[in-house]
Design a protein around this ligand. Structure first.
Ligand code: NAD
Length: 367
């Protein structure tokens, strides 16, 4: 469907929750909406849920299981970063033993990733309750790791049926993770602005997402327990995740994928560091497309403006602080430039090596 419908339709349901009409995906926003899983299962015709979490969020998973009572078939708490195939296979065995007929994932992108990997293999319906801003819940994209190699696929089976955004669940997200996860989400929207397959609707959604974080992140950093500000950032996560699923990404995502896959750098933090550098790089050829970012951030060029925005939020600014050795920059530049991909500004090995050097040191982005 046209993304324009999704950023304008926002009826309020009888129970007070906001619903976004988003084609095949039912998206519900509101404090306490995690309490509606049972009703959402009934909508999907499901009776036995397998609940998924990371070990760190077992308590949140148990809470959902307690609320579901006999309609909770079981709880799997082994979700892990990068969706390792061996974890998926263990969860698949449990799912079959329990005869579960739907998946309820509560957590960040890692937990959502496990739910998607199971849905890919079984076509079971998914209810996702996101607790970070990564946005994976709104895409048909699945990244999985096997023998240390990460591969990505896109399949309609992977797109969750229902998303429940409950701002009370992001209150526990530590401020540092809030900032990096928010910048991770903004990166999806920033690259959507210059995507070759962007539309007016995807542009509107990207700007809506960026605006939500430009306003919401400073508010959440100032008052992490502010449920209204948290709710605004969740709207942003949905908008940014949705555009990620609808238009192609470019240099920024390529570099982050390389740094995460080959050097094990943490996902959201890496996005936070690279974003100003990749955007400054591409502004050389896509200044007009990136103007909404300048406008939202006070008129300065998009790359430096993002650098200052991130610094003001206390985000990490240097790859060296994430554990990357300077000696790895040559290989990172090689890996990020071996295969050609669409990007607004021509990608050369020398220019990417310079970008990485600046990002490694935490310098202002090169323009
Ligand atoms: P994550 O899911 O790995 O979470 C990091 C840690 O924070 C985990 O221990 C988690 O349990 C904990 N956590 C999550 N929410 C919390 C909360 N509210 N309070 C306290 N702790 C909380 O991190 P992420 O950045 O959300 O996800 C990263 C993964 O998602 C990566 O593997 C990335 O590739 C994937 N991803 C996929 C897509 C896609 O479309 N396929 C999009 C974005 C991200």
């Amino acid at each position: 469907m046209d993304a324009g419908q999704s950023d304008t339709t926002n009826p309020v349901e009888a129970d007070g929750f906001h619903v976004a009409a988003d084609g095949p995906v039912r998206v519900v926003f509101g404090p306490g909406v995690r309490g509606t899983v049972d009703a959402e299962m009934r909508r999907l015709g499901a009776t036995r849920a397998l609940i998924l979490t990371t070990p760190q969020q077992e308590a949140e998973g148990r809470d959902i299981a307690d609320r579901l009572g006999g309609r909770a078939a079981g709880l799997f708490t082994g979700a892990a970063m990068h969706t390792p195939v061996e974890v998926t296979e263990t969860a698949l065995d449990l799912l079959r033993t329990l005869r579960a007929d739907c998946l309820v994932a509560i957590g960040g992108g890692s937990t959502t990733g496990l739910g998607k990997a199971l849905a890919y293999r079984t076509d079971l319906p998914q209810i996702v309750i996101p607790t970070t801003y990564a946005g994976s819940e709104a895409t048909p994209i699945l990244g999985q790791t096997e023998d240390g190699v990460k591969t990505t696929l896109s399949d309609p089976k992977v797109l969750p049926e229902t998303i429940l955004y409950d701002p009370e669940l992001v209150l526990t997200l530590p401020v540092a993770m809030t900032v990096t996860s928010g910048l991770n989400a903004m990166a999806h929207a920033a690259e959507a602005l210059y995507s070759p397959d962007r539309t007016d609707a995807s542009d509107r959604l990207a700007v809506e997402g960026l605006q939500a974080f430009v306003n919401g992140l400073p508010a959440v950093v100032a008052a992490p327990g502010d449920v209204t500000a948290r709710a605004a950032t969740q709207r942003g996560a949905w908008a940014c995740g949705t555009v990620l699923g609808r238009v192609g990404m470019a240099l920024h995502h390529k570099i982050c994928h390389t740094l995460g896959g080959a050097f094990g750098l943490p996902h959201a933090e890496t996005h936070a560091v690279i974003l100003p550098h990749a955007i400054a790089y591409n502004a050389r050829s896509a200044e007009a497309e990136l103007r909404p970012i300048s406008r939202l951030l006070g008129g300065e060029a998009a790359g430096p403006a993002l650098h200052r925005f991130a610094a003001g939020l206390g985000a990490p600014l240097a790859l060296r602080d994430l554990g990357l050795a300077e000696a790895d920059l040559d290989r990172a530049a090689d890996l990020a430039t071996t295969k050609p991909y669409p990007n607004p500004h021509p990608v050369t090995r020398g220019d990417i090596r310079a970008l990485l050097q600046a990002a490694w040191a935490g310098d202002e982005p090169i323009r």
